[in-house]
Design a protein around this ligand. Structure first.
Ligand SMILES: [Zn+2]
Ligand SMILES: [Zn+2]
Length: 139
């Protein structure tokens, strides 16, 4: 009388975003994001439990690297706005996470590297129109 497959089974899935057929991790740990585009779905409360009714698209917004833990992907849900961190699977022999994409994310997150246009515009507006003419360079 099982209505669902055993919870937490380590199955592959098909990515809704880029269409990649994603195999399960060779290590047997649960894979919760697409290695090709790094997107995920907000379906888990805890990894693999599928207990979250949100089902929003988890967009990779940043990459973080720490010496101990290695690479982490920061996902933000486009529906409910929750942010969560997921360990990147760069060492998977079958289909590892896209390292270059991860590095891109990490550099995009650095504020000095990519100015957030929206925020810069906000600040300029608040400061008055005098600076409006100059292109918001600098930082
Ligand atoms: Zn994908
Ligand atoms: Zn969500």
């Amino acid at each position: 009388m099982r209505r669902f497959q055993a919870i937490g089974t380590n199955l592959g899935f098909r990515c809704d975003v880029c269409g990649a057929q994603v195999p399960p991790l060779a290590t047997g740990s649960y894979r919760n994001h697409c290695p090709r585009c790094l997107h995920s779905r907000h379906v888990d409360v805890f990894p693999g439990d599928r207990a979250n009714p949100c089902e929003g698209l988890l967009e990779p917004v940043a990459g973080e690297h720490s010496g101990k833990k290695g690479w982490t992907i920061v996902h933000r849900c486009q529906r409910c706005g929750e942010e969560r961190r997921n360990r990147a699977a760069l060492d998977d022999p079958v289909m590892p996470d896209d390292y270059e994409l991860l590095v891109q994310l990490a550099s995009r997150a650095a504020p000095s590297d990519a100015p957030d246009e929206r925020r810069a515009g906000d600040r300029a507006r608040r400061r008055g129109r005098r600076s409006g003419g100059t292109k918001g360079g600098g930082r």
